[in-house]
Design a binder for this molecule. Structure first.
Ligand code: NIG
Ligand code: FE
Length: 408
């Protein structure tokens, strides 16, 4: 076999056994190859295995110096495009105010909407670029970015345009989602707003290919399941996938709706009861948990252990946003999922790679195997478990996307 580049000196190569969703106990099945090598050709993996078994010819060889390699991480849930800050909320919450009461009083998400709607597309791109760079340096090779702080159709389109510019100008693979986040404060305007989303915004987004999925925040202080259902019907009519923010504070039927409508993923899940755990575990929908939110808001952590034991395919994301999760590292999100949600290190690896890929409809990503895109990480350490063990410092030494080393 001829190859462009052979990477040797890999102390351990750790990866899910195959691409595609891993449910329940399959999440713990990780392949660890000691003393491995990895051959790259034209941006893809040409071969991987024990170094002693390599028989091909390489144009060049790089010795990684006895360091571990894992697949590139996939962050399936971020709100990386925003303006303004939420430092006053943070301080108020530290003095006892709740996230929901701040939102009800017109602050929280609504204050970020005011700042974001006032920003130009250039300003939004400039603000988001270092956030994407931080995620990439900490191991994310594919990153989902949502709109949702625009509120008006024009401002939502501006956020999606910013995401499109970021996708063109950053090495990370960017997946864009239209988020229908919060309703108008005047309840009499809700139906009209939903009609505008279904009849005008979604068709425009689909025609301009500005997003591949539509997400709705289903919650007491946000949208009701019946309203979300209308949005999802419109999304599907226009060929877009669907996702939900649901069961963050209350279980009001969002999860059941998402499962019934075959959502790609349902995200948050902190308020799931046994019935919701069972419903998502016996479905094809990915259960995306966001431990940064539990840490930052002090709300109960989603029942990751119970979800996996019931047979769910669990993914983990940063939920990077200014209000509920200012977390700029997917590796740290996985580390928190082990501590807060009860995942094992192997399950966390599956959650941050193959399952996170499926949460974005990218079933071929997140696994190191011959023919896969050459998206992988070189760690500082020689044991892959440092990826989910390390807190604070960055365990990722090098991020490679499509066969190119892009960070640091
Ligand atoms: O994923 N829960 C709703 N939306 C975001 C938070 C957005 C914000 O607080 O600005 C979330 O937690
Ligand atoms: Fe979110």
């Amino acid at each position: 076999m001829n190859t462009d580049l052979l990477l040797t000196g890999i102390s351990q190569l750790a990866t899910a056994l195959s691409p595609g969703p891993k449910h329940g106990t399959a999440m713990g099945e990780v392949l660890v190859i000691p003393k491995a090598a990895l051959a790259l050709r034209a941006g893809r993996i040409a071969w991987c295995g024990p170094q002693s078994e390599w028989r091909g010819v390489a144009e060049s060889t790089v010795d990684l110096g006895d360091r571990a390699v894992v697949p590139g991480l996939i962050d399936p849930h971020t709100h990386a495009v925003w303006a303004g800050d939420r430092l006053s909320d943070f301080e108020a919450r530290a003095s006892g105010e709740s996230y929901e009461s701040i939102l009800l009083a017109g602050g929280g998400i609504r204050s970020t909407v005011r700042a974001t709607a006032a920003a130009s597309v250039e300003e939004l791109v400039a603000l988001a670029r270092p956030r994407i760079a931080a995620l990439t340096a900490s191991g994310a090779t594919t990153i989902e970015v949502k709109s949702g702080y625009g509120f008006t159709p024009t401002a939502e389109l501006t956020s999606l345009e910013a995401i499109a510019i970021l996708a063109e100008n950053t090495p990370a693979r960017i997946v864009s989602t239209l988020l229908i986040h919060i309703p108008p404060e005047d309840a009499s305007l809700r139906a009209n707003y939903i009609a505008g989303v279904c009849d005008e915004l979604i068709p425009k987004v689909a025609t301009r290919r500005l997003a591949t999925a539509v997400d709705v925040f289903v919650e007491k202080e946000a949208w009701r399941p019946a309203e979300a259902e209308q949005v999802f019907r419109a999304a599907k009519q226009h060929g877009l996938a669907i996702k939900l923010h649901s069961e963050q504070f209350h279980a009001i039927g969002g999860l059941e709706l998402g499962v019934r409508m075959k959502a790609l993923s349902i995200d948050h899940l902190e308020a799931c009861g046994p019935q919701q755990v069972e419903a998502i575990a016996s479905s094809g929908t990915i259960a995306t948990i966001l431990p940064g939110v539990s840490l930052h808001l002090g709300i109960p952590a989603a029942a990751g252990r119970e979800l996996i034991d019931a047979g769910a395919a669990v993914a983990v994301g940063t939920d990077l946003n200014p209000g509920s999760s200012p977390l700029y590292s997917v590796a740290n999100a996985l580390a928190l999922a082990v501590r807060l949600n009860g995942l094992t290190p192997k399950e966390a690896l599956a959650a941050g790679t193959v399952n996170a890929a499926c949460a974005l409809g990218l079933g071929g990503y997140g696994c190191i195997h011959a023919e896969a895109p050459a998206d992988f990480l070189v760690l500082h350490g020689n044991d892959w478990r440092e990826l989910v063990y390390t807190l604070g410092a960055n365990p990722v030494a090098e991020t490679w996307i499509a066969g190119e080393r892009i960070a640091p």
